[in-house]
Design a protein around this ligand. Structure first.
Ligand code: GDP
Length: 359
């Protein structure tokens, strides 16, 4: 079986997808995120999960481990990504802020819909954002455990878990699902259960989940990686030289960023967009929190000489206190024209101000 999992060279070179969680208030975004992060921690080993600045990183191996009971080795071998980065602040405000270079930072979203309530106001708002940015998404049809009489089936594929329910539960599930599919249709979107037949390229997948029991979550993680692997092959290039970074929060002389592409080094000369003009400075340190299994001491970080995408990191450098959030960060290479980069950095600022005033 291990031979099936021989590491393809491309696994290293493909970029991990960045995932955001969106949906209506109370749909279960926070709980779902807790579940996604928590399961492995309760099992003792963090399974390679690392808590980052504003995000949590899951190595593909961790996701393989969590899905080994429901996904075949053959399918596991098809995964060609190093892992998955999930942004820690759910909600569409954070999605709006997560933009880099005027495009999206978020590669794929989990749109959480409460099965008892269907599409609600903020679900539609989230959908509109996703459509506008042309961002791929998967629907987590959450709170299935609230269907009257639902019997929890752990370590089972959701498809089988549904088949094992009583007739009444299955009927209620089908009725609610059909209503929700119709509601999506009214929004111009084709959706269906992730395991139903038909061309998966022509629809968005729905994964029934329960953030309370954890059912459906392995499938959800799996689908994100599988979908990204598939699309990546055709659309997305691998690592580029260009470093793509998003400033999430400015704090004193540090900024929190998501490194989307490429590699950052200590000592790199960088340009960030500032409230009073471009800030040109040098990276003093690249920091990430300590891995989870180690004792976490507030305010202490691991120092890195270089960091490869995708990661949530903290950068310290002089002059960052006026850095704007939701803008790009540019590395100045020896051959680059500094003025041009300064202009580019300030364009981001204009874009982010404009998008904030229209959203
Ligand atoms: P958010 O506003 O979307 O972040 O929603 P929360 O994660 O805070 O959840 C709202 C409420 O729904 C909380 O009381 C959760 O415990 C509950 N909840 C979330 N997911 C589930 C689920 O799958 N099943 C059930 N029964 N309750 C859930």
């Amino acid at each position: 079986a291990d031979r099936n999992r021989t590491k393809d060279v491309s696994e290293e070179s493909l970029r991990s997808p960045i995932c955001c969680i969106m949906g209506h208030v109370d749909a279960g975004k926070t709980k779902l995120l807790d579940r996604i992060r928590g399961t492995n921690l309760q099992e003792g080993e963090a399974g390679g999960i690392t808590q980052q600045i504003g995000a949590t990183y899951f190595p593909a191996e961790n996701i393989r481990e969590r899905t080994k009971e429901i996904i075949s080795h053959v399918d596991h071998a098809k995964l060609k990504v190093p892992g998955l980065l999930v942004i820690d602040t759910p909600g569409h405000e954070s999605f709006s802020k997560l933009r880099s270079h005027g495009s999206d930072l978020c590669d794929i979203a989990i749109l959480v819909v409460d099965i008892m309530h269907g599409l609600e106001r903020q679900t539609i708002e989230s959908l509109n954002l996703l459509k506008m940015r042309n961002t791929d998404f998967i629907v987590a049809l959450n709170k299935v455990d609230r269907l009257y009489g639902w019997k929890t089936c752990r370590h089972t594929q959701m498809k089988e878990a549904i088949e094992q329910q009583s007739k009444d539960v299955r009927n209620e599930f089908r009725m609610r699902l059909d209503q929700i599919i119709t509601q999506f249709k009214e929004q111009g979107l084709n959706t269906d259960l992730y395991y139903s037949k038909g061309n998966i390229r022509e629809r968005y997948s729905i994964v029934p989940t329960s953030a309370i029991t954890g059912e459906g979550i392995p499938e959800l993680l799996w689908l994100i990686l599988a979908q990204w692997t598939r699309k990546n092959k055709v659309e997305k290039p691998t690592y580029s030289d260009q470093v793509q970074v998003e400033v999430v929060e400015g704090l004193g002389t540090t900024i929190d960023v998501v490194l989307v592409n490429g590699v950052l080094h200590g000592g790199d000369r960088i340009v960030v967009c500032g409230k009073q003009g471009p800030i040109v400075t040098t990276i003093r340190s690249l920091l990430t929190p300590h891995p989870m299994k180690e004792l976490r001491v507030e305010g202490t970080y691991l120092h890195h000489k270089e960091i490869k995408a995708v990661q949530g990191i903290k950068i310290t450098a002089q002059g960052l206190e006026h850095a704007s959030t939701a803008t790009g960060l540019y590395v100045v290479r020896p051959q680059d024209d500094l003025e041009e980069i300064e202009e580019k950095a300030m364009e981001d600022h204009m874009k982010s101000v404009m998008s904030r005033s229209t959203e």
